[in-house]
Design a protein around this ligand. Structure first.
Ligand SMILES: NC(=O)c1ccc[n+]([C@@H]2O[C@H](COP(=O)([O-])OP(=O)(O)OC[C@H]3O[C@@H](n4cnc5c(N)ncnc54)[C@H](O)[C@@H]3O)[C@@H](O)[C@H]2O)c1
Length: 256
């Protein structure tokens, strides 16, 4: 599909990978709705890209009514939705049995709720609005892109909640593509390696050094712009469907 003159809902669009996706959409002539809880950071993006191109809708992806509200604002403002790019998410580190005892159950549930259930929530409600579109010249109505992580394949020590949530997003991809095929909506997932974003800046220096060592070529962390470019390619290339694409410089995470 073409990005030009089309509309994207980007969760987590105020920061990091989501922000890079918003920048890519606008650079290619599209409009974007930042669906996020961080108004201050969203306003930075709007100041950079212009309020005629980007809107912010304060939304918690874990809540049904909040996402329904975001979609009705998008329908009012832009009259349509073509792309959902799910980037809202976070991590948490604790061993299943740590020095302070078992992994907190409420935090495990929170990470699954945000990273997996939140992705599903926005996907299912977003698909309903995308389905209202007339198909384009290739017969497509829209594209959904979810964000997993290579931790969904090779979770490190202390990443049980995060890797389980991201493995869930990977597992959802083919089923979602099959479910939504009859609606002419493609679904794909990007599994990033390590990208230099505010989320990664929370990691301890010693962990960052170890992660950097396992990058192959280019021997560096990813630039969020490269995530935006891949999201753009997935949108443009009609034959990519039901796939999870690693974006990781051939790194494989080790146990620590
Ligand atoms: N940065 C990396 O190296 C990396 C690697 C693999 C996967 N990922 C995944 O990519 C996604 C984006 O990560 P990032 O590095 O850009 O993080 P980030 O912290 O820079 O951005 C995440 C955004 O999500 C928003 N958010 C958090 N909870 C929300 C909620 N309940 N509702 C709506 N918005 C909410 C935050 O406000 C923030 O703007 C995450 O799912 C993360 O797990 C990141």
């Amino acid at each position: 599909m073409e990005i030009k003159d089309n509309v994207a809902l980007v969760t987590g669009g105020a920061s990091g990978l989501g922000r890079a996706a918003v920048e890519h959409i606008v650079a290619n002539g599209g409009k974007a709705a930042i669906v996020d809880i961080n108004e201050e950071k969203a306003n930075d993006v709007i100041a950079q890209l212009g309020d005629e191109n980007v809107i912010f809708i304060n939304t918690n992806v874990m809540e049904e009514d909040s996402v329904k509200n975001a979609l009705s604002v998008i329908e009012d403002k832009f009259s349509k939705l073509n792309f959902v790019i799910n980037c809202a998410g976070t991590g948490y580190g604790a061993r299943i049995l740590g020095k302070k005892g078992p992994h907190p159950l409420d935090i495990f549930k929170f990470i699954i709720d945000l990273n997996l259930v939140g992705t599903f929530n926005v996907m299912r409600l977003g698909a309903e609005l995308i389905d209202k579109n007339d198909p384009d010249s290739d017969g497509e109505k829209g594209v959904i892109i979810n964000t997993a992580s290579i931790a969904g394949y090779e979770g490190q020590i202390g990443q049980s909640a995060y890797s389980a949530s991201k493995a869930g997003v990977i597992g959802l991809t083919l089923t979602a593509a099959r479910d939504l095929a009859r609606h002419a909506i493609r679904v794909n997932t990007i599994a990033p390696g390590i990208f230099d974003t505010p989320l990664m800046q929370l990691a301890k220096d010693e962990n960052k050094v170890a992660l950097l060592e396992t990058t192959q070529f280019p021997h560096r962390f990813g630039n969020p712009k490269e995530f935006g470019q891949l999201a753009g390619h997935i949108i443009n290339n009609s034959y990519i469907n039901g796939e999870t694409i690693r974006l990781d410089s051939a790194m494989r995470m080790t146990a620590k």
